[in-house]
Design a protein around this ligand. Structure first.
Ligand code: ATP
Ligand code: MG
Length: 286
């Protein structure tokens, strides 16, 4: 049984239909990259998975827990508060904007939730925090406050903080887009390692290199609908929809010129596979 089962997911804000019936599954250990234009509904979709947004229709099940379900009469039923809280404990999320607590050191940020939510004793939580910071290449930054860290380092602390809850699923929403491009690589490398360790991950990203190299499947969303999904190589190298082709060319800063589309699509994957080399570089931006 898939870890995440989403079917018929709809979300409206007032009269704006943002998600118009989205279906997808995520198997355990699978890494899925979600790509699509700005405003297509990627963040909304991700936030629905842990009910940070309340869907207006459809069904979401995570790790055999039904979080919400549309009834035959169209009304929505939601899991009770305790069940939602429990489900969220197993879902780690890292956002685009660094959302560390500014008045806490890296270690204090990482131990906060395990102590507050899971009653982990402080010495144990602290030891684990040091391990996790080590794992994201920040073993020496435990006592630093967020403002003393680069954007890339802050995001890696945010990843360590999410991992401290031992999640079964990690959600990433454009975690590299607010950092300097040269710092994106160190975040992507951490995410790649996490993927290799078998973490189930849903990754909204503009980093096509990451999608090509790390994702098992790529899901292209446009105007609140999944236009296509499939193995990363298929969607990125050989997209079946014009919309996907146009998007892929746009993100690679190529003008989608009709006559060249076919030829360029062939060259595309070479570009995609060259770019990930950036993430193999030095792990520590400090
Ligand atoms: N809280 C909200 N209230 C009203 N409209 C919203 C809200 N959140 C999102 N929207 C609208 O929903 C649409 C999809 O937004 P969403 O943030 O999911 O897009 P996105 O694909 O993540 O875009 P980006 O790539 O720019 O992050 C947009 O038109 C946005 O304005
Ligand atoms: Mg977004």
């Amino acid at each position: 049984m898939a870890l995440v089962n989403v079917s018929g997911l709809r979300k409206s804000f007032g009269k704006t239909d943002v998600l118009k019936g989205v279906d997808f599954q995520v198997e355990r250990g699978e890494v899925i990259s979600i790509i699509g234009p700005s405003g297509s509904g990627k963040t909304t979709m991700l936030r629905c998975v842990n009910l940070l947004e309340r869907p207006t229709g459809g069904r979401i099940e995570v790790d055999s827990r039904v979080l919400c379900e549309e009834q035959a009469n169209g009304s929505m039923t939601f899991a009770d508060k305790a069940a939602i809280r429990e489900a969220r404990e197993h879902i780690g999320m890292v956002f685009q904007r660094f959302n560390l607590f500014p008045h806490m050191t890296a270690v204090e940020n990482v131990i906060e939730a395990p102590i507050a939510v899971k009653n982990v004793p402080k010495p144990e939580a602290t030891a684990r925090a040091h391990e996790l910071l080590e794992a994201v290449g920040l073993g020496h930054k435990g006592d630093s406050y967020p403002m003393q860290l680069s954007g890339g380092q802050q995001q890696r602390v945010a990843i360590a903080r999410a991992l401290a809850m031992d999640p079964t699923l990690m959600l990433f929403d454009e975690v590299t887009s607010a950092v300097d491009p040269e710092l994106a690589g160190e975040i992507l490398l951490v995410m790649k390692r996490l993927a290799e360790q078998g973490m189930t991950m849903l990754v909204v990203t503009h980093e096509m290199g990451f999608a090509a190299e790390v994702a098992d499947r790529v899901l292209f969303i446009d105007h609140g609908r999944i236009v296509e999904q499939g193995p990363a190589a298929d969607v990125l190298q050989n997209p079946s929809h014009e919309r996907t082709k146009a998007f892929l060319h746009a993100v690679l800063d190529r003008a989608p010129m009709e006559a060249e589309v076919e030829e360029a699509a062939e060259g595309l994957v070479d570009d995609l596979l060259v770019r990930p080399e950036r993430i193999g570089g030095d792990d520590d931006g400090s």
